[in-house]
Design a protein around this ligand. Structure first.
Ligand code: ADP
Ligand code: MG
Length: 675
């Protein structure tokens, strides 16, 4: 099984190179190259009963061959008419006279392809022809690459299937029995050549389960390994002085998260905690408490944010709070000058800075800490596991805190954050009123502007968000740069407007944000750079142009910029899109203020590819499992993994050897982690 593909008949250097492009290097890899679908020949249709919207097999006989026609571009078409009791259909083959010659009159064939036309006239272009009684009712469809035909790949897989004595069984027998799962080799055979739809389902379930189970076991092992490694246990301190310095009383949920974090930090194993809370729930406070607590034990902290804007804002907030308590807080971003960076690096290495806030710039090689005790990542879904790990490596055995507003369904959280402990902030600071959300179309825009003016007149502030920066008129989009000009001329003459977009220099952004914070700018027109983290409680209206262009979770994040104070806040979604899906999506947002509900809806309707990009959750690519649709398997696999790890924590039992190997391959794929 571990032999290179060249061991198979018909595979030379060239073919091996083509296979390598598909990630197939060994005979085993061929078996694990699962079909992405099947040509279903098991239930052929009559011509007039065939569906028009998807490929299918139609059983018919040849009635007439129409010969060759030439079209522009030198292409030759070969047409034939086929018929059955229900009617007739025209076939077209392109540049392929033999396809037509090979067909006999008076005996039925299966023609596989997409039927087009209407009830009266039907046709099929470039059908694949099968005998009326095919050897196999389901013919696998594989992902291919240039130069490698479906036939060739199919033959190679079949060769591999024939020579396979047996792949080592990864799932322990008790697990298979408990969850009614097929044995591996049976599943592999069936996934390539199923005899029925049920067999496809059974085989898929088994393989999906295995993939998720291996992942869950791997993450579980990492977690217990992290627990086993040493960290600087901090001394227990009362948090009272910190709480006393706050301008408000922390919520119960914040206190609990802070308690959980600081208790972790007093243990001699590294804390590894995720704080999850909806936008506006006050996660920054947990970070502040953690940094303060580390400082009391003589350790430094680092806080990494995904955007410069957010890093700057954190710097402002935390400098004010923690600076007042005697901590030395610094900011490091990509746009710090070389001289600033050098000075900062020296100060960090000398231990003259207690909390360093920054962007990815914190990850650069030259940045070293004297005694890094706590590593914090804000909006963690924006970073991969590897980036988090890179930062953590800067502290010998630092404690880790990650924060995220992207709420993901519990089952998914188990997988994605399987190796983290979870604190949930399920409570908003007091006095908040839910944001009222409305969807409007262009004709109502002027009224919405009037509504915004009324609020500005009362000393409040607002945002208008547009999808792009400039020059998108062709697409009918509102480009922020042109748009702000029009607004200040027409609808907001006499008001103080500001413009913020991603291509501005950091210093400029900072200036505009500061002006908005201080109320000098009343209406901020922006691209999505304000999406994460920005906190200006006096802003109460968020108007989003071309709202259909954004994902739901992104809209929820944008909406989270308002509703941060005691005033009633509003979110206005402007969209002229008439597609029923879009309307449903936007109405969902009008109905719900819960990030959790929205994420679940988003996940169901868009799939995890969009919802959680590979780089966002930092998990290895799944071969067959889908973390959004396979929730039952996610749950079961997690359960089975926990039980196994209780009995065999480091997976060393001899009967678990194949599992252990699979897990090790997987952990390598996730990348080295610090602990
Ligand atoms: P997020 O969870 O989105 O990161 P922030 O930490 O930015 O939220 O907090 C949102 C706003 O709520 C900030 O203006 C913050 O000062 C304020 N805030 C946080 N905790 C409390 C509290 N317990 N009482 C009142 N206001 C709070
Ligand atoms: Mg935040």
């Amino acid at each position: 099984m571990e032999q290179p593909v060249q061991a198979l008949r018909g595979v030379g250097a060239q073919r091996a190179a083509q296979l390598a492009k598909l990630g197939i290097h060994t005979v085993q890899d061929l078996l694990l190259h699962y079909p992405r679908g099947y040509v279903d020949l098991s239930h052929p249709y009559e011509i007039h009963a065939a569906p028009l919207d998807r490929p299918c097999a139609v059983k018919a006989q040849v009635a007439k061959k129409l010969g060759e026609t030439r079209v522009r571009g030198g292409m030759k078409l070969y047409k034939a008419v086929v018929e059955d009791a229900s009617g007739s259909m025209e076939l077209t083959f392109f540049n392929n006279p033999y396809a037509l010659e090979k067909l006999d009159y008076d005996i039925p064939y299966l023609f596989y392809g997409r039927v087009e036309g209407n009830l009266l006239r039907r046709s099929m272009s470039a059908p694949v022809v099968y005998p009326a009684r095919p050897d196999r009712p389901f013919s696998p469809i594989y992902r291919l690459t240039a130069g490698l035909s479906a036939q060739m790949l199919s033959n190679l897989v079949d060769q591999a299937l024939r020579c396979a004595p047996a792949l080592p069984e990864v799932l322990p027998q008790p697990v298979r029995e408990r969850f009614g799962l097929w044995e591996l080799n049976q599943a592999i055979r069936a996934i390539h050549h199923p005899a029925s739809d049920q067999e496809v389902q059974q085989a898929r379930r088994r393989l999906i389960f295995e993939e998720l189970f291996t992942l869950a076991v791997g993450l579980g092992m990492l977690k217990s390994r992290a627990r086993a490694s040493a960290a600087a246990a901090m001394e227990p301190h009362s948090l009272q002085p910190f709480y006393d310095a706050l301008p408000f009383a922390p919520t119960q949920a914040q206190r609990r998260a802070i308690q959980e974090l600081t208790e972790d930090m007093c243990r001699p194993t590294p804390a590894n905690r995720l704080v999850q809370g909806d936008v506006g729930s006050g996660k920054t406070l947990v970070a502040a408490a953690g940094a303060w607590f580390a400082w009391r034990s003589g350790a430094q902290s680092a806080l990494m944010a995904p955007t410069e804007l957010l890093a700057q804002q954190h710097y402002g907030t935390l400098q004010a709070l923690l600076g007042g308590l005697g901590m030395r807080v610094a900011l490091l971003t990509g746009s710090s000058t070389p001289a600033q960076k050098r000075q900062l690096r020296e100060a960090l290495a000398a231990g003259e800075i207690d909390l360093c806030i920054g962007t990815h710039a914190l990850l650069t090689k030259g940045v070293a800490f004297r005694s890094l005790g706590l590593v914090i990542t804000d909006e963690q879904h924006r970073f991969g596991v590897n980036q988090r790990a890179q930062l953590q490596q800067k502290g010998a055995c630092a404690h880790t805190l990650v924060m995220s507003a992207t709420p993901i369904p519990r089952t998914l959280a188990l997988m994605v954050y399987g190796e983290l402990d979870l604190s949930v902030i399920d409570q908003m600071p007091p006095g908040r009123r839910p944001v009222k959300t409305y969807k409007i179309s262009s004709p109502k825009r002027e009224r919405a502007f009037g509504f915004i003016r009324e609020h500005l007149d009362r000393g409040l502030q607002a945002y208008i968000v547009c999808p792009l920066v400039e020059g998108a008129q062709e697409a009918g989009l509102h480009a922020a740069a042109d748009y702000v000009e029009e607004l200040s001329r027409k609808y907001f003459a006499g008001y103080r407007l500001g413009l913020l977009h991603g291509r501005m220099k950091a210093a400029e952004k900072e200036r505009v944000m500061a002006a908005f914070k201080q109320g000098e700018v009343q209406l901020l027109v922006s691209t999505t750079v304000v999406e994460v983290g920005v906190d200006v409680p006096n802003a109460v209206i968020m108007l989003i142009e071309d709202a259909e262009r954004f994902g739901l979770s992104q809209l929820h994040q944008l909406r989270g910029r308002v509703g941060r104070g005691r005033e009633q806040s509003y979110c206005i979604l402007v969209s002229d899109n008439r597609s029923p899906d879009t309307i449903d999506r936007l109405q969902m947002l009008c109905r719900s203020n819960s990030g959790f509900e929205i994420a679940e809806y988003d996940l169901k309707t868009r799939g995890p590819g969009n919802f959680l990009g590979q780089e966002q959750h930092g998990l290895p690519r799944m071969r067959i499992a889908d973390l959004s649709t396979d929730l039952r398997e996610v749950e079961e696999a997690q359960l089975a993994a926990q039980q196994l790890l209780r009995e065999d924590p480091q997976v060393t039992a001899p009967e678990h050897a194949p599992l252990r190997q699979a897990v090790e391959r997987l952990i390598q794929a996730v990348g080295e982690r610090p602990n």
